[in-house]
Design a protein around this ligand. Structure first.
Ligand code: G3I
Length: 390
């Protein structure tokens, strides 16, 4: 933690994503044990006292709350931007720092959108988080023709240097490598990605070392999905992620935390509290911070007649209460703030066409039950005794 930026708390995301990856993700969610629907619809009390925002309630406990957003709604919907700045202590550009957005050609970078978002964050006293430097998706069309075994290292390191240096002092934390593990892969559990094919397993280490040299103060995170539920595949994935983190730490790789995406499902079976807690504890014992980086709750299998909001709020509360039990979990980021702008409307819409409601604010920017569930999980969390040296 030494040398990283100190942040004063309280001052203050349909074509690129592989259909197979999405299908696997949601299938994975459905595999785990399910409390009966009647139980999940039981009215639960998520009343909270006062009008404090999510970021304030989180900060009261030493937790950082924020959300992902896209450039367009922030620049075109003033009310949305205001609500965003009120509720959130962190802004994460959902797409604007991905290769596809930043790299229109192999030679050129286009920072116009990400620069605007960095300014927005600064203006509103928010932290700014980078997503993501190395991923197998959202690569530009030219990538496949231009990048080969000979020049891949140069492309990777130049990209990281250019982007991380540009935002040094502005981006407090980076998702350096995103979704590199696949439970059933034979290659140390590593997902077959262009990076693995071109550079071998060391690309992960290379990315972290390059990012650390480009901004020694930034908090460097490994981020992944499908780590939350209770089924054999997920258990294997947790194990492989843990082994990756252990390897990186034992080699002195500058990695400071794990990002657990937490795209959850309202129809998914419950969590296994013991297993999840043990995983979080194992990660924490490596002297790593834990961030919930992309939380939302999809509802493809629920009927409109079901009490969707109650069920979704219940998932938020159950999961956050469990996760926040582990003191190393110090950040909660939702993948969007308002249902009006959720990626799930395009990627996991309801078959009946009824709009989905996966986020804390509804499409009209009103606080809904999911908001209360998050607020009450923050109110009930134990205070962190952590001084944030980012
Ligand atoms: O901007 C273009 C627009 O000009 C065009 O008209 C439209 C037509 O489809 O596409 C728009 O771009 C889309 C972009 O989202 C903005 O909405 C891309 O096609 C689409 O691929 C892109 O999807 C994003 C996806 O990552 C792939 O990058 C989602 O918004 C974003 O929420 C999602 O985020 C990922 C995280 O990065 C990693 N974890 C999972 C998470 C959810 O899939």
């Amino acid at each position: 933690m030494k040398g990283r930026r100190t942040v004063l708390l309280g001052l203050g995301a349909a074509t690129g994503l592989g259909a197979v990856a999405i299908a696997n993700h949601f299938q994975n969610q459905q595999q785990s044990a399910q409390p009966p629907l009647e139980d999940r619809q039981k009215v639960r009390d998520f009343t909270v006292v006062g009008k404090a925002t999510l970021q304030e309630r989180a900060a009261n406990k030493g937790i950082i709350y924020g959300a992902a957003a896209q450039y367009k709604p922030l620049t075109t919907n003033k009310r949305f931007a205001q609500h965003f700045a009120q509720e959130c202590a962190v802004l994460v550009p959902a797409n604007e720092l991905k290769w596809k957005t930043l790299r229109p050609t192999p030679e050129k970078f286009n920072f116009s959108r990400s620069d605007w978002m960095a300014e927005f964050a600064q203006k509103h006293n928010m932290l700014f988080r980078g997503h993501t430097l190395v991923w197998y998706q959202a690569l530009p069309k030219w990538f496949e023709d231009k990048v080969n075994r000979k020049n891949a290292e140069k492309f990777l390191t130049e990209h990281i240097n250019t982007v991380v240096q540009r935002y040094a002092g502005k981006i407090y934390s980076w998702d350096v490598v995103n979704e590199a593990i696949l439970p059933n892969s034979s290659k140390q559990g590593l997902r077959q990605t262009p990076w693995l094919r071109l550079l071998g397993a060391d690309y992960i280490e290379m990315a972290f070392r390059t990012a650390a040299a480009a901004d020694p103060q930034a908090l460097l995170i490994y981020n992944d999905n499908n780590l939350e539920y209770d089924n054999a595949k997920t258990e294997t994935k947790r194990d492989r992620v843990l082994k990756l983190l252990e390897r990186l730490k034992s080699k002195g790789v500058p990695i400071h935390g794990l990002g657990i995406q937490s795209h959850l499902g309202a129809s998914s079976r419950g969590f296994n509290a013991k297993r999840l807690r043990n995983f979080l504890k194992d990660v924490a014992s490596l002297d790593l911070q834990i961030l919930i980086t992309e939380m939302d709750v999809s509802e493809t299998k629920l009927l409109v007649a079901d009490d969707r909001d109650t069920i979704i709020a219940g998932v938020y509360h159950d999961y956050l209460s469990l996760a926040l039990d582990e003191p190393a979990v110090n950040t909660v980021i939702t993948w969007g703030l308002s249902d009006r702008y959720t990626w799930l409307s395009h990627f996991a819409p309801r078959q009946d066409g009824v709009p989905v409601r996966p986020l804390p604010l509804d499409a009209e920017l009103e606080r809904k039950l999911a908001w209360n569930a998050i607020a009450s999980a923050f109110d009930q969390a134990s205070p962190r005794n952590i001084k944030y040296n980012f």
